[in-house]
Design a protein around this ligand. Structure first.
Ligand SMILES: [Zn+2]
Length: 442
């Protein structure tokens, strides 16, 4: 094995031994184990760590993941899988011939292509079950692919430890034909028909490699979704296309459509809403958004059931924009805090709830009160909470219509509101008394 390939292992051993042993000493030991004892790298590393009183279990272990959960850029991952196919191929690297293995592995969640960069180092045999440690993934043709580099190891496992479901192999369970509003994270084998509303070409860094990606917004009559095309399909804005073999990744719950070399893109001529129609935000129920995790440019109607603490007049750190207490930022210490207005409203549409975060400009317009005016009122009352009370008075139990992007995390759904409409006061009394009744009955 080349010196530069071994270097990361030497630093790893050194790390586990807390630097107690000189790296030159580790080099010598490693050479002895590999070239005289002729043991595997993994065994050599464990042996050296043990010899110098370290704990071999601290050697880098990847995180075990089912195949379906593998992302495009995993650094160190363990996979328990059945080898479905093995092929050998000679390639040329830096003018030298070298043999690699490639094929497909699978577990009960799905299958994935792999490449093992040294044919003779990995005991990969068709039909056997193996535990692959310290593999990494890279994007290939829009899908993740498992790579076994110099840090990877392969251990044979009992055959019954992996059961492939019927009908394998397939990359992912195919979602088939779906609408924009039905897309959700980790779906694969997706077919959609949609219009390209916007498009841009970007250069991105994928595992240290520059890639050109064509990304933008796709829409159908149910909603919009961001997409990334990892191959140049010569897309143009306003094209109406059918994409087959796409898959979905999520960003903070927002589904994003990906497709690449292995996907098919065809132009179609069916009757379809115009770009202008599709550009308008689409109405979605909160329960619907909860099911798929989020969405972009959606319209939600509901009733404000709570104006959350932290609404109203707040002060922000001028450096990092965090909301601060008593002019002290927890990162930047004592600062000249800047006043701001915002509303965090919990909205309920009868099915589920979502928190809408409303910025200063919209808050000023909903409250018909400027930031300066709220500062003045707070000063008069000697209590910034008067603004929160005013917002509560204005919004509680009020029907509201919000537009924006909805994300989700362990705290639930959150919309960064880009447009808000609060209904006329008359409706309010009715909804208010309804809510009061609900509260009384609880
Ligand atoms: Zn700060």
């Amino acid at each position: 094995m080349e010196k530069e390939e071994l270097a990361p292992h030497v630093s790893e051993i050194s790390r586990v031994l807390r630097g107690k042993v000189e790296e030159s000493e580790i080099w010598k030991e490693l050479d002895t184990y590999l070239n005289h004892y002729r043991v595997s790298l993994e065994t050599a590393k464990r042996g050296i760590v043990k010899k110098f009183g370290g704990d071999p279990s601290e050697l880098m272990r990847g995180i075990r993941k089912p195949i379906q959960q593998l992302g495009l850029n995993e650094q160190s991952v363990d996979i328990l899988a059945k080898v479905i196919t093995v092929n050998e191929k000679d390639i040329e690297v830096d003018g030298k011939q070298k043999s690699i293995l490639y094929g497909i592995i699978g577990d009960d969640s799905g299958t994935i292509p792999y490449t093992a960069w040294e044919a003779d180092r990995y005991p990969l045999r068709r039909g056997e079950v193996v535990l692959i440690r310290n593999a990494y993934t890279k994007e290939w043709g829009g899908q993740p692919q498992v790579n076994l580099g110099t840090r990877a190891s392969v251990e044979q496992q009992p055959e019954e430890s992996v059961k492939l479901p019927e009908g394998m192999p397939r990359a992912f369970p195919d979602a088939g034909e779906v609408k924009m509003s039905e897309l959700q994270e980790n779906m694969g084998g997706v077919t959609v028909t949609a219009r390209i509303l916007s498009l841009e070409k970007r250069e991105v860094d994928v595992s240290g490699e520059k890639r050109i990606v064509h990304s933008g917004i796709l829409a159908d009559e149910t909603g919009k979704v961001q997409f990334s095309a990892w191959y140049d399909f010569e897309l143009k804005p306003n094209d109406l296309i059918t994409i087959r073999g796409a898959y979905v990744r999520g960003w903070r719950g927002i589904p994003q459509l990906n497709f690449g070399e292995r996907s098919q893109v065809t132009r179609t001529n069916i009757r379809f809403p115009s770009g202008a129609d599709l550009a308008k935000p689409k109405t979605r129920s909160i329960g619907d958004l909860e099911k798929v995790g989020g969405g972009i440019d959606v319209l939600v109607r509901g009733t404000v059931v709570e104006v959350r603490k932290g609404s109203g007049l707040v002060f922000r750190c001028p450096e990092c924009n965090r909301v601060v207490q008593k002019s002290s930022c927890r990162v930047h210490g004592s600062v000249q805090a800047q006043p701001d207005l915002r509303i965090k409203a919990v909205v309920d549409d009868g099915i589920a709830t979502m928190t809408g975060v409303i910025n200063r400009k919209l808050t000023e317009s909903i409250m018909r009160m400027s930031l300066e005016e709220s500062m003045r009122l707070a000063k008069e009352a000697m209590d910034p909470n008067v603004i929160l009370e005013k917002i509560d008075e204005r919004l509680f139990a009020q029907p509201i219509e919000l537009e924006g992007n909805v994300t989700s995390d362990e705290y639930g759904l959150m919309m960064i509101v880009s447009s808000a409409r609060v209904s006329v006061p008359e409706v309010r009394d009715e909804a208010g008394s309804l809510l009061n009744q609900l509260e009384e009955s609880e």
